[in-house]
Design a protein around this ligand. Structure first.
Ligand code: BES
Ligand code: MN
Length: 460
């Protein structure tokens, strides 16, 4: 093992240069104009996997391709097999004028590397690739077989990977999935995440007049869709921060006393959180701490709001339509299909007669919850402890990784969420970054993890 760890230590500068090459691809899955960049990024990644000694191929889908890479076939079929999942797609970099340096021109400053997709998620799964490289290039036998599945549609709901899992089930069967696409509370607290929130996405459009109208000639005699939409949205949250949709909380699993106690032990205070996110004052559901609110309680969030004229100066119109992009975060026991139905029914019920309401459904996924006490989770905690020289914490997190539910349903296995991101990494925000210490510790964690996971009593 020492020879693997020494290899990692010796090669950090090259690893960072390689990560920069990976980050230069503008692999934005949501935007059709980046389709060829997505393919080029997948090809680069597969080639890099081959270069470090893996058998790799680019698998086409109806959307963006999936990169599949495996450790060379071992003679012994008795070895456990683990899957490492990650995503090479990134969120749109907008607003561009808020970036200190261009989002796809990686910049290193101190121990941080800035670019879109550094922490979410290229840097994180690249750490696992570098760990396996260390085994392969030093001729150290791996105690297990590994399959890397790096997809290009995580940020848009993973619809094609879910199909791919079913059609390639036999090839992808494994003993557990390992994912580094979550966070740690700070650089001194490595973390095992045992719960994620689910999600439903949709768009509501309110249609008013058949075209934008002169607001002087017609305004006053018809409803304004932007106003009607604002009023409708304003009814959906009450003053206590609760979602005001009947039945929304019906199935929500309550937090155990043990969990509420765990939350109190996290190293970041509400005041620090307020400073980090730059708000005047925090706001959330009454009766819960900010940490509970953002990881273990459901939400109704407006992600985008558009209507009328957005250009310079003024334009006197009554807009023809208004639109809101919405996502609800869900918690364990809430069923996405049911929540989607009660939200739609409620919207239809409270929509005024003066406008026509259109609802377009988007992606959806259940929340994820797994026992942090399982032997696999304990093995992961040992690897974290040894790699970071710190005691790991257990986290529930608020983000979503839709595919982890399919890993359980289709392959029957749990996912170990071993995140390397920091709260200040600016995931989905301008000036996204990744900490180079997290990168290096993550590589070590991955190298140690295969030993810890493979040495469990349930394996020969
Ligand atoms: N890495 C995140 C998920 C995440 C972030 C989990 C922080 C826990 C803590 C992932 O890339 C992501 O952003 N997922 C999307 C999924 C959605 C588009 C279906 C999300 O959570 O918004
Ligand atoms: Mn993301």
């Amino acid at each position: 093992m020492q020879i693997v760890l020494d290899y990692l230590k010796r090669n950090q500068a090259r690893f960072v240069a390689e990560l920069c090459a990976f980050l230069r691809f503008p692999s934005v899955s949501a935007q059709p104009q980046h389709k060829t960049d997505m393919l080029a990024c997948a090809e680069w990644l597969a080639e890099h996997c081959r270069h470090i000694g893996l058998d790799a191929r680019v698998c086409p889908t109806n959307g963006h391709p999936i990169v599949l890479a495996k450790t060379p076939r071992s003679k012994s079929s008795l070895k456990p097999r683990f899957m490492v999942y990650g995503h090479y797609d990134v969120q749109p970099p907008d607003p561009l004028d808020k970036w200190t340096s261009p989002p796809f021109a990686p910049r290193i400053q101190g121990r941080s590397i800035f670019a879109r997709g550094t922490t979410d998620n290229k840097g994180q799964h690249f750490a696992h690739l570098k760990a396996v490289e260390a085994y392969l290039k030093t001729g150290t036998p791996l105690p297990c077989d590994l399959t890397f599945v790096i997809e290009g549609e995580e940020e848009v709901g993973s619809a094609n990977l879910a199909k791919f899992l079913k059609s390639h089930r036999r090839e992808l069967l494994c003993d557990a999935v390992v994912v580094s696409d979550t966070g740690m509370p700070d650089a001194d607290h490595p973390a095992l995440t045992y719960s994620l929130r689910g999600i439903i996405a949709f768009e509501i459009t309110m249609h008013g007049p058949s075209r934008d109208l002169h607001s002087g000639i017609f305004g006053g005699a018809l409803d304004n869709p932007a106003m009607a939409l604002s009023q409708l949205l304003a009814k959906l949250r009450d003053k206590n921060g609760r979602v005001a949709i009947p039945g929304f909380y019906d199935d929500v699993a309550p937090l155990s006393a043990y969990e509420r106690k765990q939350f109190k032990r996290l190293p970041i205070t509400p005041a620090e959180l307020q400073k980090l996110i730059g708000v005047k004052k925090l706001f959330g559901e009454r009766g819960f701490t900010p940490f509970e609110q953002r990881s273990a309680r459901p939400t109704f969030e407006i992600n985008g709001l558009t209507s009328g004229y957005q250009g310079a100066g003024s334009k006197t119109i009554v807009p023809a339509w208004a639109r809101a992009k919405i996502t609800c975060r869900l918690v364990p026991n809430q069923r996405p299909a049911r929540i989607r139905k009660i939200v739609c029914d409620h919207l239809k019920k409270i929509c005024p007669q003066t406008v026509r309401l259109e609802i377009e459904a988007g992606h959806g996924a259940e929340a994820y919850l797994v026992s942090p006490k399982s032997p696999q989770a304990q093995a992961a905690l040992r690897a974290l402890r040894e790699a970071f020289h710190r005691e790991p914490v257990l986290l529930r997190e608020g983000g979503s990784i839709p595919i982890v539910n399919d890993f359980k349903k289709v392959l029957g296995v749990d996912t170990l969420l071993l995140g390397l991101g920091l709260p200040e990494d600016n995931a989905h925000s301008p000036n996204e970054k990744f900490d180079l210490d997290c990168f290096e510790n993550g590589q070590r964690m991955s190298a140690l993890l295969w030993r810890e996971l493979s040495n469990q009593p349930d394996f020969p």
